[in-house]
Design a protein around this ligand. Sequence first.
Ligand code: B4P
Length: 196
Amino acid sequence: MRIVMLGAPGSGKGTQGERLALHHRIPKLSTGDALRAAVKAGTPLGLQAKATMEAGGLVANELVIGIVRERLAADDAARGFILDGFPRNAAQARTLDRLLDELGQPGISRVIHLLVDEDEIVNRLVVRGALQGRADDNEATIRARIAVYRAETAPLLDYYGERGLLVTIPGVGDVAAIFAQMLAASAAERDVAVAA
Ligand code: B4P
């Protein structure tokens, strides 16, 4: 089971991806979490990523791809994984396909898209910013992140849709109810894999 979570910032990718990873006992890789940890630790990667993240932009592909390459090559990712926040543009999506090929892994098996409207996203992230103090969770930066999502990440819906991998789930409402739909989407992938 090799799942990509797609969705605008604040759509619930991190929240739902965590649950799905626990349920299926496979690792979850959040490039956002990895980058924030690097910023906090003051590593060379973190120093390069910090200003871009605070402005709501996308960190350079080569930095992010390095993180993903290392994590997917680890033994525990061999039987499956959940990617939260990667890929975020067409170049990253093509690199992911190549990387799985290099690692001798089958391709992505399901892409789950959480659909949430902009007002709800802004509300959620402003609340998170107040609670957790994340530097990029203020209204101006949230709007910039949404614009980047529309321009760079949303085209991946077609990229994966054309490959028959995409399932869109409304991401508003009860977290447990949304998770039930996520489970159904990931189970359907299994059935397809078994039938193939
Ligand atoms: P991320 O960490 O991926 O940030 P995010 O898009 O806001 O998603 P997150 O997972 O945190 O939020 P979630 O939707 O779960 O990226 C941060 C930055 O890192 C990017 O802007 C970029 O600079 C950089 N970056 C990361 N990956 C990159 C890449 N591949 N390439 C280049 N740069 C990259 O949750 C949001 C909030 O909603 C939470 O508070 C949660 O509690 C709440 N919530 C969730 N579900 C809900 C529901 N059903 N109802 C109400 N609230 C809900």
